[in-house]
Design a binder for this molecule. Structure first.
Ligand code: FAD
Length: 395
């Protein structure tokens, strides 16, 4: 079988690349190891930056999102027993965050790619192997779930969009890439509660026991995070202990009590980042978590995945339209500027979240100073809002 582009992975990155290519009339095949039902219900991210929403809209991919996503205009920091609301829409003169659960975005993108634009997508593809990316005829082999047979796809380009644990990154020659890693040395217990949010905005609780966060996802479901030891066993966190710690760490004068509910997801994330440089070699181009992981501290991962996907989709479409390869040549450099900018912000924000926990009184003092500055210095507030919301500017 021959096609122009094989896209490995049907996450936000792969499906966006596929939809852009289909709109440009380029044939492609998406290979996904899971089922459609699985990817349409896998809970993960929820915050989409306004520039990314606009970019989806320009490509005809935001109809449902614009009807159903919530627009957020503020977040609240709770520290030293007090609550401080940060109205970023006011600070930036009208910019918002969009809250739209990742499974809904993936559902919209699968429907648009496969059902509306007639894209070829193969679910349940096993043992994907990317080969011959050095030459101009790469291949991607996989085992078909129905027949158990190996299939080989011949193509011009491979888009490696298969996330942090995917197979495509392994095809990059180790001597030609560098993987930069950072480990925060902390864990987050990531929780989903079947309960309405207890505040209309994102809450950040900076507490000596550790960070706690609340991220509204929908009127029925709320995401919570609790800082914990890396590698901690989620089963040790019984519901009573989870709620006791959430109440304690998010407590502040005048704050309404949290609404409790059944915990429908409970897992420990070890907070770490990595960046693969360059993000492309030969005919293989990585996008999204396959190329870079950013701990969910600043809710940036899906936004970076979308940014890569827009650049890669447009660059490949330009190639097949005879528009030259300049955008493909600069793809990695163009993506990495935003990647490093968001990594830096996540690291900065990590210190804000975690600096008051533990026994280091000096670090706690400087962290509280950093927090207070956001509410006393308009310049500090503007800088924070710009990075928190992500900039529409090209880097
Ligand atoms: P993925 O979404 O991981 O998609 C990759 C796809 O490839 C998957 O469907 C997978 O099944 C498939 N695949 C994997 N291996 C193979 C293989 N070998 N063969 C074929 N297919 C394969 N980001 C934000 O921007 N905002 C947030 O609020 C936010 N919150 C988060 C909360 C949590 C708890 C977590 C874990 C992440 C969060 N993120 C957030 C990060 C975000 O979810 C990811 O950055 C995003 O999913 C990356 O998209 P992607 O398309 O690159 O990869």
């Amino acid at each position: 079988h021959r096609t122009s582009v094989v896209i490995v992975g049907a996450g936000p990155a792969g499906l966006t690349v596929g939809s852009v290519l289909r709109a440009a009339g380029v044939d492609c095949v998406v290979l996904e190891c899971e089922t459609r039902a699985f990817i349409e219900t896998r809970p993960r991210a929820g915050v989409i930056e306004e520039w990314a929403v606009r970019a989806l809209e320009e490509r005809g991919l935001a109809d449902h999102l614009l009807k159903r996503a919530e627009r957020h205009s503020a977040c609240e920091f709770r520290f030293a027993g007090e609550r401080h609301r940060f109205d970023y829409t006011e600070v930036t003169g009208g910019r918002h965050h969009f809250v739209y659960p990742q499974p809904l975005l993936v559902t919209d993108l699968v429907r648009e790619y496969a059902d509306v634009r007639g894209g070829d997508i193969r679910f349940g593809a096993r043992d994907v192997r990317v080969k011959d990316i050095d030459g101009d005829r790469p291949t991607v082999a996989y085992t078909c779930p129905d027949t158990g047979r190996r299939q080989v796809l011949h193509c011009d380009f491979v888009a490696g969009c298969d996330g942090a644990r995917g197979a495509s990154r392994a095809a990059l020659p180790a001597r030609r890439v560098r993987v930069a890693r950072h480990d925060y040395g902390i864990g987050w217990l990531a929780l989903l509660a079947e309960a309405p949010p207890s505040a209309d905005c994102v809450l950040f609780g900076m507490h000596p026991d550790g960070f706690a966060g609340q991220m509204p996802r929908s009127p029925e479901v709320t995401r919570y995070y609790l800082q914990c030891a890396p590698g901690d066993d989620p089963d040790k966190w019984k519901p009573a202990k989870v709620w006791e710690q959430l109440h304690r760490r998010l407590a502040a004068a005048g704050a309404p009590p949290l609404t409790e509910g059944p915990l429908i997801e409970k897992r420990v994330l070890d907070m770490h980042d990595y960046v693969v440089e360059p993000m492309a070699y030969g005919r293989l181009f990585l996008a999204g978590d396959a190329a870079h992981l950013v701990a969910p501290i600043a809710a940036k991962g899906m936004n970076l995945a979308l940014h890569d996907a827009f650049l890669l989709g447009d660059a490949l479409a330009a190639h097949f339209a005879g528009g030259g390869d300049a955008a493909l040549a600069s793809y990695s450099t163009d993506c990495l500027r935003r990647v490093w900018d968001y990594q830096e912000f996540s690291q900065w924000l990590s210190e804000v979240y975690h600096g008051v926990s533990g026994r280091d009184a000096f670090r706690a003092g400087t962290t509280l100073a950093r927090l207070r500055r956001l509410f006393t210095s308009p310049v500090a507030a503007a800088a924070f809002a710009e990075q928190y919301l992500g900039t529409a500017a090209r880097y």
